[in-house]
Design a protein around this ligand. Structure first.
Ligand code: ZN
Length: 304
């Protein structure tokens, strides 16, 4: 690849393309479905507000601004999409509550990505804000795959959990985001056994389960080696660490099904991500969608 990907895109100014980096031979672009707002207390669990609001200011309704980052990886052979935002199937009431904007189709277009060219779509889990544009609600009321030629991947445990429609989190699992793709055979469901045997989705792209937010939350590893260079590694860590304000292992979300496990899994993640200098891709950080992580003089993980 001879293009200079360090040059800023002209469309970045419009906010539709959040970042673009080269990882080895792969081109990694952060697109966005726009921003949305969630309760700051829910986003920071037991952390007292005077502490979290220094990192994430709250509005008059106590909500903080979050991003909805979709990552597009062009490997040279495949075009891979990680996560698909909130989508256009929200009710008017939910749209108003979240102030969501349904920008992903425009963001992909601004980044030069045609939906027809996408080969692979990976959902780290099946909460509504991670798989919304898997499918598109058409004017006639039908729901169609947004990426007609893609193979979609999600974890079978997420589908099974969503189908239970538990009181705790049924609002997060919306069947039109994944059931039509399972029914048509376009979505492949992974499980512990299939991931153990073969974590690779395609060359340079692999998944790994990091439980806590949900029992089967998957991170997506991106690894590529440029000619003559060392292997470079990026990781979409999804809701294990949703924003750079959540880097402290104990700053976990009220939404997490198992917050104690989240703390343990964040530490497990840092054990490799920090010494190996991974580029970390954040799912809900609108301003800092990607960063390298280091440790400050108090031993706390920080953006470097
Ligand atoms: Zn999320």
């Amino acid at each position: 690849m001879s293009q200079d990907h360090s040059a800023p895109l002209s469309t970045e100014a419009s906010g539709l393309v959040r970042a673009r980096r080269q990882v080895g031979e792969f081109e990694v672009t952060v697109c966005t479905d726009g921003t949305y707002r969630l309760d700051g207390g829910a986003m920071f669990g037991v952390v007292p507000k005077p502490l979290w609001e220094k990192r994430a200011p709250a509005d008059e309704l106590n909500r903080i601004l979050l991003g909805l980052n979709t990552v597009v990886v062009r490997t040279g052979k495949q075009t891979v999409v990680i996560e698909t935002g909130v989508g256009n199937k929200q009710s008017a009431k939910m749209r108003e509550i979240h102030c969501s904007q349904e920008l992903l189709p425009r963001s992909l277009a601004a980044a030069g990505v045609r939906v027809e060219e996408v080969d692979v779509v990976i959902n780290t889990h099946l909460h509504f804000d991670h798989c919304g544009w898997n499918t598109t609600l058409q004017a006639d009321g039908s729901v169609t795959p947004t990426f007609p030629n893609a193979r979609y991947f999600a974890h079978r445990g997420e589908v099974e959990h969503g189908r239970l429609q538990l009181d705790r989190d049924k609002v997060s699992y919306l069947a039109p985001n994944y059931e039509p793709l399972i029914a048509s055979g376009q979505m492949t469901l992974l499980d512990a056994e299939s991931i153990r045997k073969s974590p690779g989705i395609c060359p340079g792209i692999a998944v790994e389960v990091f439980p806590g937010h949900t029992a089967q939350l998957m991170a997506v590893h991106i690894e590529s080696k440029a000619a003559g260079g060392a292997a470079e590694h990026a990781c979409y860590i999804s809701d294990l660490i949703p924003t750079t304000a959540h880097l402290d292992p104990t700053w976990v979300m009220g939404y997490d099904l198992d917050p104690v496990e989240t703390i343990a899994q964040r530490k497990r993640f840092y054990e490799r991500a920090i010494p190996e200098g991974w580029l970390v891709l954040f799912t809900h950080d609108h301003e800092v969608p990607l960063a390298q992580i280091g440790v400050n003089d108090k031993g706390r993980p920080v953006v470097i």
